[in-house]
Structure formats: C-alpha cells, structure tokens
Design a protein around this ligand. Structure first.
Ligand SMILES: Nc1ncnc2c1ncn2[C@@H]1O[C@H](COP(=O)(O)OP(=O)(O)OP(=O)(O)O)[C@@H](O)[C@H]1O
Ligand SMILES: [Mg+2]
Length: 294
C-alpha cells in the first residue's frame, strides 16, 4: 500500500530480553506530552505489547478486553476499523495492544510467516501497511500527528522492521549491566539496514537515541554502544526505587509525582524524562515532511 503518511512516530524498542523499562518510559513520555500539564495537540500512543496484561494498560487503567493493535493486525475483529477502540485519557489517544493472549499471538505470527512462505519481507510489508492504516484511520482523525509506540523486546523482527520504516525517532533501550552487547548490536544492525533502505527511498534517516535505563553511578554499559554507527545521542536514566514503587505497586505514572516527593535519583530521572519528551517531540515534528509517499 502506498498512501500519504504524515504522522511522526517515536518508537521505543529493545533487544531480545524483556524488562528493560520500555513500557515504563513510554508511558511517562506520553504523560509529559499528552498529560494534564501539556499544551500540545492530541498525542497518539500505540501499545504493541504481547498479552493482555500490558504495562501501558495497567498504568493508564485501560480496559484490557477492548480490541487493539494485535486484533487489527490479525483481522480478529469484525468491521475491523470500526471496532478498534481508541482510549481517550487527558490529551492522549491510545490504541491498546488488544485482547489476544501471548499463545494466540505466537500461533498467529507463525501463520503469517507461513502465509508469506517464510519471506520475512512480506510479513514486514503486511505489518507496515496495517500499522499505517490503523494510525491513519483511528488516530489521525483526532489530530494526533505525533504517535508514541511501545514495541516490546521479544517482538518478531519483521514487526520491528515495519515500525522502523514508519518512525521518525527511535529509542533503543538497554538495561544497565543487563543487556548483552550482541543484543544491542543486533538492533543497531537492523536500524542501519533500515536507514540504508530509507536513504534509497529518499526518506530521512532515523534519529536514534540509546536509552541506558536503570543505571547506577559509574556503571559502564554505555561504553560498548559509544561510537556505534546509527546512535545519535545517549540518555542515561538512573535507577530509582521511587519509579518502580509507583509503577509496580501503585500501578501509576511515576512522573505524575512532583520532584519533591522522591529521592535524588527520582529528581534526576524525572527531569531527564521531561527533557527527552520535549526534545523528541521537536525532532519528530521537525522530521515530518508535509507529505510522505511510500
Ligand atoms: N529507572 C527505573 N528505576 C527503577 N525501576 C525501573 C526503572 N525503569 C523501569 N523500572 C522497573 O523495571 C521493570 C521493567 O519495566 P518495564 O515493564 O517498563 O520494562 P519493559 O521493557 O517494558 O518490559 P516487558 O518486556 O515486560 O515489556 C518494572 O518493574 C519497572 O518498574
Ligand atoms: Mg513492556
């Protein structure tokens, strides 16, 4: 499908291991840009997490039974477009991950690959055109021209590829002292491949942020990523028990709490999240041409 696509996406992704903080950060960035204090146009969010109990749904209190991204992709809903639910909270317009279990999803992704006779490019193109269609039909009508995406680490690489082709900005998450060098290198390789394809098609290069999450003073996770091709900027987010307390026990958006409430690490984390959200919003807006044809 070749349609005009003038939405700028900020994609949040990781290596292969989960639990690196992608959803926590995505939800908090969304709150900065589309929460009660924000003065922007509506901000979109698409949750691509596996399974029904996603972090984004929990943090924003979304009904996990509503059909979302995966139901749409897998054609699992009748009147496909009409029945995809857009959650409206603050100034956010959100499509949740949907109602399919991880087991159903891995089976269906297997089916997609066999229908494509094992050709990952065909699966990628299928995901790309569906994601585009979903965003254009469900989020654009609300005036959302910047859309955040929570792309979980273990997701099929054809899905990663599709979102990288559509994105303007990508945050690559590594967890300090946890993400393996090879894992990060693999994601950066995929980004380089996508950047080469984008250059060939006259599409701007991705703005790539390496987000080193849950870092402690003096840890050296950053060093292996330094100087690696497509990374344009490093963001080091500190570990703060206040963040995980709010997120895990309070099931809440940590950034809602003013800096006075947490420890020094929370204050640092909080100001970095706010700056990152504002910077990436500007980069995404600047990177979006009026019309882009695939
Ligand atoms: N800066 C931080 N300080 C302390 N804890 C954090 C921080 N960032 C994330 N966490 C915690 O790390 C855990 C994993 O976070 P999260 O669920 O966002 O990761 P994820 O990459 O989305 O994982 P999944 O693979 O499950 O989707 C959570 O318990 C969360 O509260
Ligand atoms: Mg997650």
């Amino acid at each position: 499908m070749r349609v005009p696509f003038d939405v700028s996406m900020i994609v949040n992704m990781g290596g292969t291991k989960g639990g690196v903080g992608i959803s926590t950060v995505t939800a908090n960035l969304a709150y900065v840009l589309g929460g009660p204090g924000a003065q922007l146009e509506p901000i979109g969010l698409v949750d691509v997490a596996y399974g029904t109990n996603s972090t984004v749904s929990k943090l924003f209190g979304l009904d996990p039974k509503q059909p979302g991204f995966w139901d749409f992709l897998m054609g699992r809903v009748t009147g496909r477009e009409a029945s995809i639910y857009v959650h409206q909270i603050y100034n956010l317009r959100m499509i949740s991950n949907g109602s399919l279990s991880p087991d159903q999803l891995s089976w269906m992704i297997g089916e997609l690959h066999s229908a494509a006779r094992g050709d990952p490019d065909r699966v990628g193109s299928f995901v790309l055109s569906n994601a585009q269609e979903l965003i254009v039909s469900k989020l654009k009508p609300y005036g959302a021209s910047v859309v955040l995406v929570d792309l979980p680490s273990p997701v099929d690489s054809a899905v990663k590829w599709a979102f990288l082709r559509l994105a303007s900005v990508v945050n690559v998450f590594v967890k300090a002292g946890n993400t393996h060098v090879d894992e990060a290198a693999e994601v950066l390789d995929l980004i380089s491949i996508v950047n080469a394809q984008r250059a060939r098609d006259g599409q701007p290069q991705l703005a790539v942020y390496a987000v080193v999450n849950q870092s402690f003073p003096n840890d050296n996770t950053v060093s292996f990523l330094k100087g690696k091709g497509p990374v344009s900027k490093f963001i080091v987010l500190p570990y703060s028990p206040f963040v995980s307390d709010r997120t895990d026990r309070g099931k809440d958006i940590a950034i809602k709490y003013d800096a006075g409430k947490g420890d020094a690490f929370f204050q640092d984390w909080r100001s970095k999240i706010i700056n990152l959200a504002k910077e990436e919003y500007q980069v995404a807006r600047g990177a979006a041409p009026k019309k882009r044809f695939w």
